[in-house]
Ligand binder design. Structure first.
Ligand code: HEC
Length: 124
């Protein structure tokens, strides 16, 4: 009986792990927490860090977070609106979007970028 219970527990754990792998938003949140949260906050009204708060970033104009002191390069690229495509370009190579900006981070793995962006899209 005990052995059957153990096997069942393992099965439940295994299906839980498989489910997590198919959940891009959940994985994106984990990636964002480990890769972006050192500089960015994600919750509504949370303070800016080294980078601006990212709540509502999809659909938000570039360099528009109040109270954040953007670099000259970032301000020069203002006038665009963040959508999935622009975020993908930004995370691939920030300098291609806003030359001279101050964010020293890039994500070369497309699948990881897509998951991060899937999570960012939920922040509304
Ligand atoms: C080492 C710190 C750091 C890390 C790590 C970092 N960023 Fe940034 N980020 C910045 C800074 C600083 C800026 C502002 C750049 C400027 O003003 O030139 C910025 C700006 C941005 C912007 C533009 C925001 C706006 O208001 O226009 C987005 C979007 C962004 N970061 C997303 C991310 C994501 C997503 C990650 C993780 C995958 C990440 N960043 C990781 C520091 C960082």
């Amino acid at each position: 009986m005990i052995r059957i219970a153990n096997v069942l527990t393992l099965l439940v754990l295994a299906s839980g792990a498989a489910h997590a792998q198919q959940d891009p938003v959940g994985l994106g949140k984990k990636l964002a927490t480990s890769n972006c949260a050192v500089c960015h906050t994600f919750g509504k009204g949370e303070p800016n860090g080294q980078g601006p708060n990212l709540f509502g970033i999809v659909g938000r104009p570039l360099a528009s977070e109040s109270g954040f002191k953007y670099s000259t390069g970032m301000k020069a690229a203002a006038g665009q609106v963040w959508d999935e495509k622009l975020l993908d370009a930004w995370l691939t190579d920030t300098q291609s979007v806003a030359p001279g900006n101050a964010m020293t981070y890039f994500e070369g793995d497309e699948a990881r970028r897509q998951k991060i962006i899937a999570y960012l899209r939920t922040l509304h």
